[in-house]
Design a protein around this ligand. Sequence first.
Ligand code: GLA
Length: 374
Amino acid sequence: MRLLTALLLSTCLLTASPWAQAEVPEGRPFGETKDGVPVELYTLKNDHGMTVRLMTRGATIVSIEVPDKDGQSADVTLGFDDVAGYEGDGNQYFGTTTGRVANRIARGKFKLDGRTYALAINNEPNHLHGGVDRSLDKVVWSAEGFESDEGTGVKFHYVSPHGEEGYPGTLDMTVTMLLKADENAIVIDYVATTDQATPVNLTNHSYFNLAGEGAETVLNHELQLFADNYTPTDDTLIPTGQIASVEGTELDFRKPHQIGERIKSLDDTAAIGYDHNFVVNGDWGQLRPVARLKDPQSGRVLETESTEPGVQFYSGNFLKGQAGKGGKVYPHRSAICLETQHYPDSVNHPEFPTTILKPGETYRHTCVYRFTVE
Ligand code: GLA
């Protein structure tokens, strides 16, 4: 009896101890795709009130719950309750890993090593976000939960065969998403290798509203972008090749501005709001500040850092009031994306940092989304 009490006591002490091991996250069934492929959901939690849910379809961030300045938790990313939702018309890359080449490729064409490649035109007249049926947001990735000194996470893996969605080379990709134990941050690490030269531009396409998904607007949020320059585009959002200063334009977010403050003047432009690639200050390849987003009401702040040369700031202009989690409605401009990436159409712009990955090289990209309150 005494032994049993001692055992029970030590178990209690161990679990309550600050050195208690976090558990290795396990995938739970989340339904299946319309083709019958099982999809799993992983739940990560830390001791600072942050919960992240990730699913294997599209290596997708399904939810991010974080506290506000009064400790009230809310889910700050758009998404759906089930796989069918993600497969439906309402899904505009919500939370997905996007590629092989995120953003646009002019007329879906590029030349590489003397050959011309033609990809799907799914955003007239251009190719967008890696294609149609087998873009990275739609395939089911394999996954493995892990626990480390830094926190808990999921390592997603997918090998895209040569020719998938028209891209050359077998592309082997690992996307690791880590929820930090010591702060409310998710760290996304992308690694890719190929057996043939091929363009690669991976990003995460989470839609954020720091008041909680389903809040009717994001225009009241304040945004700061650590970018002195941007890449002007033609009418189809393809860069002209110019790098222009944000000075004197509605794209100047070097000091924080409300998203809605100047957006009206962009209504009649090709982007129909903010849908621009900004050139992030500092040396790319190094982790450095990209953006700071604040919701003055809840006090929630999202800091974005990345190693990538650019960030696509998209103000949810195509959100159309679709029903998301719990039937909540996602109206026009009710969330924003901060897609850390290379510049759009880099494959056709030799003057831009290259997106071509060659055999023997390793593509690496780190993106941090950190949540605080103020
Ligand atoms: C990106 C693009 C937008 C739009 C969204 C998805 O942000 O730049 O134009 O296609 O993805 O709806």
